[in-house]
Design a protein around this ligand. Sequence first.
Ligand code: ZN
Length: 303
Amino acid sequence: METLIVLFSLLFPALKVSVPYDMISHYYYGCGGYSPEEEVGMSADALDRMIEDASRMIAGSKHVVALTGAGISVESGIPPFRGPGGLWTKYGEPDNKGYQRFLQDPKAWWEARLRGEGVRPEMHSFDGAAPNPGHYALAELEAAGVLKYLITQNVDNLHYAAGNKNVAEIHGNRYKLRCISCIARFPQGSLPLDDLPPRCPECGGIVKTDGVAFGEPIPTDVLEICRREAMSSDCTVVIGTSAVVYPAAELPVMSKRRGAYLIEVNPYETDLSFMCDLSLQGASGEVLPTLVSRVKELVAGKR
Ligand SMILES: [Zn+2]
């Protein structure tokens, strides 16, 4: 089934791939005893109880994987792309030909980029952004040996800035460049731009920015990590994303099908909530520090 999703997504990359809920319905076993009524406008007590339950699930798991999206960076002042206040909500979603335009004329694409074309004023918020307590909590969770891998849809580099090391960036990193032939990555500014397009020092291939353009396939090394981690995870924590866009959409489903716990941290109910074992409704910058501190206590108690 995963293969079918992948094929479908490759054929129609512009489409949001619906999470095939029927695949996981028989694995869904409720939200740890919390009725849906309790989750609406979650009280502080209910949230505290869920944080305790989530901490126990995480501390008792062997291979915890986190999947993050725009929600965690909104708390660092970075606007999301989709949803209320999103860049594409305001300006309209770009067409699906960005990568095609790059391939047709990489030199012109680079020249337009260097002229600043297509840069919205809000995008400057990236440059002053710093990790928030949610990012730092995830770095602590990795340092404690609990979080094995972090997969993010964000391009803002804030997980690395917070100290995470095992990071897979599905949509690339806006501070890096990437060779489209051998997938080698280079820090922005490390390659000369006087002769466009820049060439890969390792294989001579054409270099573009690492951020994945519309219509561009997700780099294969990242996809491999995502699949490997989804298949290894016994507890997946989804933070600040409804994970409806491929390939992020398939990761929680793959984990869940294998019987992994699925925990969500999001201020609002999402399309993923119903399949989660626990859906913690709150700001990740507030929920994650409490959660991680409790996980560390539990893990320390086991040693
Ligand atoms: Zn190369």
